[in-house]
Design a protein around this ligand. Structure first.
Ligand SMILES: CCCCCCCCCCCCCCCC(=O)SCCNC(=O)CCNC(=O)[C@H](O)C(C)(C)COP(=O)(O)OP(=O)(O)OC[C@H]1O[C@@H](n2cnc3c(N)ncnc32)[C@H](O)[C@@H]1OP(=O)(O)O
Length: 173
């Protein structure tokens, strides 16, 4: 198996149109439907990075800055920010577009964690992620403290072990 992979190799973009079945009674995309799309595009991205079956291990805070009306074209872009041992943090950005009006707004962003598993569902190592652009490098740098925060919140890491997070909260780089 390849031991390293560039972030750009697994970049995944999905474009969907919002139909009546996708919306709530206000005529806007249901949050749960959007989260499903985010899960799918993120999982495809993680699969491309790992060439393995992946499962969703966690979803960080998803904020809904703008509602997405019926008829919008939604674009989701998923990018591996950092691969750890078997887990990959993937950032998903969402934009909604009104094509006739030529308007495009950023509506959502969230970090998902996917874990590559073997046929028995056991976690399996994935390639190291390599960054090229400044944006990729910044996302890579922040990934360790986000991982520590989510593992502490999930009860999988002692707060005392979250050293990177502690340094950040204390105003360090
Ligand atoms: C599936 C078929 C696909 C087929 C191809 C389809 C094609 C593409 C289309 C995809 C379409 C959509 C697909 C969606 C995918 C689902 O929706 S999957 C369904 C929802 N998710 C699940 O059912 C997962 C259930 N959980 C589990 O299986 C296990 O808890 C896990 C996540 C594998 C972890 O197992 P574990 O035994 O606790 O393993 P452990 O060694 O402690 O931890 C392994 C790694 O997980 C990390 N981890 C564990 N818990 C957490 C957590 N809460 N937060 C963050 N990281 C965590 C650990 O930090 C560790 O990371 P590394 O240090 O190795 O990097």
């Amino acid at each position: 198996m390849t031991k390293t992979k560039y972030v750009s190799e697994s970049l995944t973009t999905m474009t969907e149109m919002i139909f009546p079945n996708d919306t709530n009674t206000l005529g806007n995309l249901m949050g749960g439907n959007l989260m499903r799309m985010m899960d799918v595009v993120g999982a495809i991205c993680a699969q491309k990075h790992s060439n393995r079956i992946v499962v969703t291990a966690s979803v960080d805070n998803v904020s809904f800055k703008e509602s997405i009306p019926l008829g919008s074209v939604v674009t989701l872009q998923a990018k591996v920010t950092r691969a750890f041992s078997s887990s990959m943090e993937v950032v998903i950005d969402v934009w909604a577009e009104n094509i006739p009006a030529q308007e495009r707004v950023s509506t959502n962003k969230a970090f998902f964690t996917f874990v590559a598993v073997d046929q028995s569902g056991r976690p399996i190592d994935v390639p190291i992620s390599l960054t090229e652009t400044d944006d990729e490098k910044a996302l890579y740098e922040g990934a360790l403290r986000r991982r520590q925060l989510r593992l502490v919140l999930a009860g999988r890491m002692k707060p005392s072990e979250a050293t990177e997070l502690k340094t950040f909260l204390n105003g360090g780089e």
